[in-house]
Design a protein around this ligand. Structure first.
Ligand SMILES: Nc1nc2c(ncn2[C@@H]2O[C@H](COP(=O)(O)OP(=O)(O)OP(=O)(O)O)[C@@H](O)[C@H]2O)c(=O)[nH]1
Ligand SMILES: [Mg+2]
Length: 460
């Protein structure tokens, strides 16, 4: 596919910067350069060369900016089309003015993800790779970034294509049987295809199971630090951040607002929220703060319950523990530098089964923080570090497509062993094939494509 129209957008973020980039893709790209750029190279623009000059308004002759431009002749460009890139000075007014001239010269404003969508439609990238572009831009940690780069390089596509080609082989086996039995000469041979289908189902299920991990690496997870006043919640947030972000005092009830900061815990972006200490409030302000905590505890992914390890459990501690029944919890005993009063035993009967053992730390002096971050990581990931998958799916619609494919194949398998005619078995297998194709974009409906590219920024 080559587009008939030409799109243009500012590709750098809004604001002031050293350089601002305007990107133009489509058949008018070269004409726009001819119209706006001076001095024109005598032999025209060579592809993949850099030209230094000015953008001049064709109407007024006014010089708008001194720029560097490059013209990339399709298909050797990101979108696969003729592409013009204008590097201007990075000021919002300059960029807007030059973009307006570009639009007047024959381009239209690009929609979100317009360039990447063209790259996809022109087969420069498959859909999972196009999505990886967005994942790279929004990655928050190194492992998340590495996984996204792997997807852009085609690691996921490779696995999907391998599964697809196995399904195609399977379909061929089944359809060969259909042809065969039309002669009336043979019944369907179920031995081989059945084994084959089981193996494919296993591979699909294994890939679908990487979603939880992939999503956590991509989006991160929310953890609320909760506890009664003065147990050291704010001290812990500061410790995990490595800076004095929040006020710490010995006065109970110091923190009033929810304070959210993202930390990188072993590669997972964790949004940590420091909260007001939970107790019967002593003022209207404190009550507001505490109401916010209970609300946030409803929606968070996991809770770090902080207890003062140098004191006995109080009624406020018990109330918090009693109300925390539904979320993954990590109990933490703070102030390990002081003589201990709390023991694991103290929590007996107060925690849900499966809650990990308490970690002893000193937020003030830093003891036990490594063990705490490891335990938090295990809590949110629920898988040990060494089991991290190389290829992870990170988008819900990937998981849905894989599950759809697996259930089609399960129906085919059951049909096959139950003696269903091969034509019907083949139909189920075809459905599975279509579902798998949605991941790489072979069979993805237009509205799903639109939804995916709408998440991109303009200019990408
Ligand atoms: N000895 C000791 N003191 C600590 C430790 N962590 C925090 N503290 C002290 O405990 C007091 C309260 O600390 P904060 O971090 O403000 O406690 P908080 O839970 O945020 O309190 P609120 O905001 O009132 O709910 C301060 O005086 C801290 O210095 C620790 O590990 N050891
Ligand atoms: Mg505090």
């Amino acid at each position: 596919m080559t587009s008939r129209d030409t799109i243009a957008a500012i590709a750098t973020p809004p604001g002031i910067g050293g350089v601002g980039l305007i990107r133009i893709s489509g058949p008018a790209a070269e004409g726009i350069a001819m119209r706006l750029f001076r001095p024109l190279p005598p032999a025209g623009f060579l592809s993949h060369h850099l030209y230094h000059g000015e953008i001049v308004s064709p109407d007024t002759g006014a010089v708008l900016d001194e720029v560097l431009i490059s013209f990339l002749r399709g298909p050797r460009s990101y979108t696969g089309e003729d592409t013009l890139e204008i590097s201007c000075h990075g000021g919002p007014l300059i960029l807007r003015t030059v973009l307006e001239e570009v639009l007047r010269a024959g381009a239209r404003p690009a929609e979100r993800g317009g360039f990447t969508k063209r790259a996809f439609l022109n087969n420069r990238l498959d859909l999972s790779q196009a999505e990886a572009v967005l994942d790279i831009i929004t990655a928050q940690t190194r492992p998340g970034l590495a996984a996204a780069v792997g997807r852009l390089k085609g690691k996921l596509s490779g696995r999907i294509e391998a599964i697809r080609s196995e399904i195609i082989d399977l379909l061929a086996e089944i359809e060969a049987d259909i042809d065969f039995s039309e002669d009336g000469s043979a019944e369907m041979t179920t031995g081989d295809p059945l084994l084959h289908i089981r193996r494919i189902i296993e591979r699909i299920t294994a890939l679908a199971a990487t979603y939880r991990q992939g999503r956590i690496y991509r989006e991160g997870i929310g953890v609320v630090i909760a506890g009664r006043p003065n147990v050291g919640k704010s001290s812990l947030l500061n410790r995990l951040l490595g800076e004095k972000r929040v006020i710490v005092t010995s006065i109970p009830g110091t923190t009033r607002d929810l304070i959210e900061e993202t930390v990188d815990l072993g590669g997972i972006p964790v949004r940590l929220t420091d909260t007001a200490g939970l107790r019967p409030p002593e003022s209207a302000i404190e009550k507001e703060g505490i109401d916010l905590v209970w609300e946030r505890l409803e929606t968070t992914d996991a809770v770090l319950i902080l207890l003062d390890g140098s004191a006995d459990l109080t009624a406020d501690d018990r109330e918090l523990l009693a109300r925390m029944t539904a979320k993954p919890l990590l109990p933490v005993f703070n102030k390990s530098d002081l003589p201990p009063r709390l023991e694991e035993e103290s929590l007996k009967g107060l925690l849900r089964e499966g809650t990990p053992p308490a970690i002893r730390i000193s937020a003030k002096y830093g003891d036990g923080i490594d063990r705490l971050t490891a335990a938090l990581r295990d809590l949110v990931l629920a898988t040990p570090a060494e089991e991290t998958q190389e290829t992870m799916i990170a988008h819900l619609h990937h998981k849905t497509a894989l599950e759809k494919a697996a259930s089609g194949l399960v129906r085919a398998r059951d049909g096959m062993s139950g003696g269903t005619p091969a034509e019907f078995v083949a139909l189920e297998v075809r459905e599975a094939l279509d579902a798998i194709g949605e991941i790489t974009g072979r069979t993805t409906p237009e509205e799903v494509l639109d939804r995916i590219f709408a998440n991109f920024c303009i200019g990408k």
